[in-house]
Design a protein around this ligand. Structure first.
Ligand code: ATR
Length: 299
């Protein structure tokens, strides 16, 4: 259906660089059209030295809201008038919401992951978690683990000092969860079984669909659930290895979908009905085949 644009139409958009492969316009324009809201969503490819100016200019232009993606999730902060608790805790912003005097920064990535886990029946409370990666998506996942009072989180990363920094940052916020950092190759030292693994790196992303960050069978025998933030391909190498050992495996598509829905609801002060969530998921899936990227933590 064609979007009706008139004098009352409000604009939202994605700030990033690059932005042209984003699925966010498809999600948000579909939601707006289906809910009959006068909103359009586009992308804004911003040069690094202009990001603060872009946010301030967007506010002056009465832009309704922005999403923020790589490489600006931290760099937008100086342009903002406030941060919500999660954006502060995670140290990254993916959604900007208008206030009286400027944009405030929110993070809906962790909410997307929270929804994904809830939908898949994977609980974190009291659980032992293995978090693979220490980048942007891992920060959101580590925050969710603390928020949900996971018992312990082993953070494994190729570059150990990033895992150590993340563990330290989260430990100061969440006393009930024990964070530990490790080198990726040290996974053999993780004791016990029945762990929830959250795979937040880009390994296995299309077109490298046969790759998995850890390929040894013994790793997957430690798991009860395996979540990959990669969603293209639909079944990643990591998921395939988990499934081989009878472990529940989920991809990151719902994280992408629900971070977008959370942002849409913040901008429009509405609640997206369940039936529309399902229709939007179908629209999103239809976009995927052959798509050049993507991961749940990105948009
Ligand atoms: P994002 O914000 O999307 O999470 P990022 O901050 O660049 O992206 O983080 C990417 C994550 O994937 C990091 O944990 C990175 O490990 P390093 O910190 O060692 O770079 C991990 N990663 C990417 N490619 C990898 C590879 N080939 N092997 C192991 N880890 C990889």
């Amino acid at each position: 259906m064609a979007v009706m644009i008139d004098g009352k139409t409000r604009v939202c958009g994605l700030l990033g660089n690059p932005v042209e492969h984003s699925f966010s316009p498809a999600i948000h324009n579909f939601l707006a059209e289906q809910m009959g809201l006068p909103m359009v969503y586009t992308t804004f490819c911003v040069e690094p030295e202009r990001i603060v100016q872009a946010v301030q200019g967007g506010f002056a232009l009465n832009i309704l809201g922005f999403n923020v993606t790589v490489p600006y999730k931290q760099a937008v902060t100086p342009a903002l008038v406030g941060l919500d608790a999660a954006a502060r805790g995670i140290g990254a912003v993916n959604t900007l919401v208008r206030q009286e005097d400027g944009f405030a920064g929110y993070n809906t990535d962790w909410l997307g992951l929270q929804k994904l886990l809830a939908r898949s029946g994977i609980a974190l409370k009291g659980k032992r978690v293995v978090l693979l990666g220490a980048g942007g998506a891992a920060n959101a996942a580590a925050y969710l683990c603390g928020y949900e009072q996971a018992a312990e989180v082993y953070i494994l990363n190729r570059t150990v000092h990033r895992a150590e920094e993340l563990a330290g940052k989260m430990q100061t916020q969440f006393a009930a969860t024990g964070y530990r950092a490790m080198a990726l190759s040290d996974w053999t030292k993780i004791p016990g079984r029945d762990r929830v693994a959250l795979q937040t790196t880009s390994v296995g992303l299309y077109p490298h669909t046969d790759e998995a960050l850890i390929e040894e069978d013994a790793f997957y025998q430690k798991l009860s659930a395996a979540v990959d933030v990669v969603y293209n391909p639909e079944v990643t190498g990591f998921m395939r290895l988990a499934q081989k050992h009878g472990v529940q495996a989920v991809n990151g598509l719902d994280m992408l979908l629900f971070q977008a829905i959370a942002a849409f609801e913040l901008w429009n002060g509405c609640e997206v009905p369940q039936a529309l969530v399902q229709k939007t998921e179908a629209v999103l899936k239809a976009q995927l085949p052959g798509a050049a990227t993507k991961r749940g933590g990105r948009r």
